[in-house]
Design a protein around this ligand. Structure first.
Ligand SMILES: [Fe+2]
Length: 255
């Protein structure tokens, strides 16, 4: 299977296990290989019995009760399975990029599959397996609207995933006293995600430099076009975002 066909197959595969098997078998492309970036499917692969809502209400999960935590973890499971697809899209959009770029995003896709499995196992052990409630495809839909790799790197790792850092940093101290097992899973995810957002920062800067673009200006313009309001809806995780390569000017624009 070619690199592009393999990535499309992983996106189309129905769950984290099937995606992980395909990702494990993929071989990286040679340095700066060019290809025509394919159209993305309207929907990524998901389990056949998973209910997908087009316009779900935004839910706030309280963490004080076991049921609230299950619903929150279910949302995290679907964020992680979506993150597998989004890392594959970064590779698809990375025609002409160095092999090191593809190695980073393939590793990230594999780590996202591990995250999805960790959360799935916790949900299943607690009797609320994936599919127990409906999900939405906002992450996928936003990613599809990015015009090129530069917009993708600005908006997917550096907005969508960075907001995950904000949420996680806010929750971790509150989860620790009530649910040690959930805290362990979320903490592992948080540390890995700092690396993923950091890869987004580094490769976004690389992409801009190759085109003589100022990374901060491109970031602000891309976010304005794809995301709209750049301010984070959550308390900003300044420490995590600094570790992931955000500049002080970018952080100031978030609040
Ligand atoms: Fe993840």
């Amino acid at each position: 299977m070619t690199w592009v066909d393999g990535l499309l197959a992983a996106i189309a595969a129905p769950d984290e296990d099937a995606k992980a098997v395909l990702l494990a078998g993929l071989a990286l492309p040679a340095d700066r290989t060019e290809w025509t970036v394919p159209d993305l499917p309207r929907l990524p692969g998901r389990p056949a019995d998973l209910r997908i809502e087009e316009h779900p209400p935004r839910r706030r999960q309280g963490l004080a009760t076991p049921h609230g935590r299950l619903r929150f973890l279910h949302a995290i499971w679907h964020i992680e399975i979506s993150a597998i697809d989004l890392a594959c899209v970064a590779c698809l959009r990375g025609a002409g990029m160095p092999t090191a770029f593809h190695a980073d995003w393939l590793r990230i896709a594999r780590e996202e599959a591990q995250h999805a499995r960790m959360v799935r196992d916790l949900l299943t052990a607690r009797g609320w397996p994936p599919g127990s409630e409906a999900v939405h495809l906002r992450l996928w839909d936003t990613t599809r609207t990015c015009a090129d790799l530069g917009e993708h790197l600005a908006c997917v790792p550096r907005v969508l995933e960075a907001r995950g850092l904000d949420v996680n940093a806010d929750l971790l101290p509150r989860v620790a006293p009530v649910d040690q097992e959930m805290h362990g899973v979320l903490h592992r995810i948080y540390l890995d995600e700092i690396g993923h957002v950091g890869a987004g920062s580094g490769w976004h800067r690389h992409w801009c430099m190759e085109r003589d673009l100022d990374p901060e200006t491109h970031y602000a313009d891309a976010c304005a076009r794809v995301i709209g309001d750049l301010r984070s809806p959550f308390p900003v995780d300044l420490a995590g975002r600094r570790a992931a390569g955000f500049t002080e000017r970018e952080l100031a624009a978030l609040t």
